[in-house]
Design a protein around this ligand. Structure first.
Ligand SMILES: [Zn+2]
Length: 242
């Protein structure tokens, strides 16, 4: 999960912007962090939902608070709904180094006699079992349903499919990189463009983690990726998670 920095309150005519409706932050959020779901990291091609980290029903004083806003896809927002959410109980992309906390794995599953290829998020295997980080990672997966494998006729939640297709796409891009005779800027730009078009930052980053120029390029290709969670020298992720 990409760690995010939404930055300070946007300015309007030189002073801190105020809004009467939280949806009025949408453009600012897209400008700052890109049109991606902050939780599943899927690219959102049309109008991402403005999401309250701490739910507005439980925390009405933060209903239009810039520091409480992220962007979400429908399934993440719907699953999260008004569940209590905090930076002390959950790993959250606007606070923690969430890139280090999760892994994405393929999962074949069956529904009504059909077999499907999907992918889910799990706590990173580098986390110590029973540790605070692992407990918080599990809570986040549960919060937004990053392990849901769901099939219905309305296709309301295809995150498992998008995630799986991203893994396959990334694998192919990595193979192309390996076989390319010249690793030049055009190739780097091309891979970054593919990554931006699909989303799932952490899946791309991890596949190219051994390539310093790709680490740097991917971090820069995704606006609003938290600078403090990646070294500005070698672009490797910087612990701790919490
Ligand atoms: Zn999502």
């Amino acid at each position: 999960m990409r760690p995010i920095d939404r930055g300070t309150i946007p300015k309007e005519k030189g002073i801190d912007k105020t809004v009467s409706n939280y949806t009025h932050w949408r453009k600012d959020l897209i400008d700052r962090i890109g049109s991606y779901c902050s939780y599943c990291n899927m690219k959102i091609t049309f109008s991402p939902q403005v999401e309250h980290v701490s739910p507005k029903s439980l925390d009405p004083t933060r209903k239009v608070d810039w520091t409480n806003m992220l962007l979400a896809c429908g399934p993440c927002n719907l699953t999260k709904s008004d569940k209590p959410t905090s930076h002390t109980t959950h790993l959250l992309p606007d606070m923690h180094n969430t890139h280090l906390a999760f892994a994405y794995i393929e999962k074949v599953f069956r529904r009504k006699g059909e077999t499907y290829d999907g992918a889910i998020a799990i706590p990173s295997t580098s986390l110590v079992k029973g540790s605070v980080e692992e407990t918080m990672a599990k809570a986040t997966i549960e919060l937004v349903g990053l392990d849901i494998l769901k099939v219905n006729n309305r296709a309301t939640d295809y995150r498992w499919k998008e995630r799986y297709e991203a893994i396959i796409h990334v694998r192919s891009a990595r193979q192309c990189w390996g076989e390319a005779p010249k690793k030049d800027n055009m190739l780097i730009d091309n891979i970054c463009f593919q990554a931006q078009s699909r989303g799932f930052f952490s899946i791309w980053y991890r596949a190219f983690e051994d390539v310093p120029e790709m680490r740097e390029a991917l971090i820069k290709a995704f606006n609003g990726t938290s600078q403090r969670h990646f070294s500005q020298v070698d672009y490797l992720p910087v612990p701790p998670i919490v």
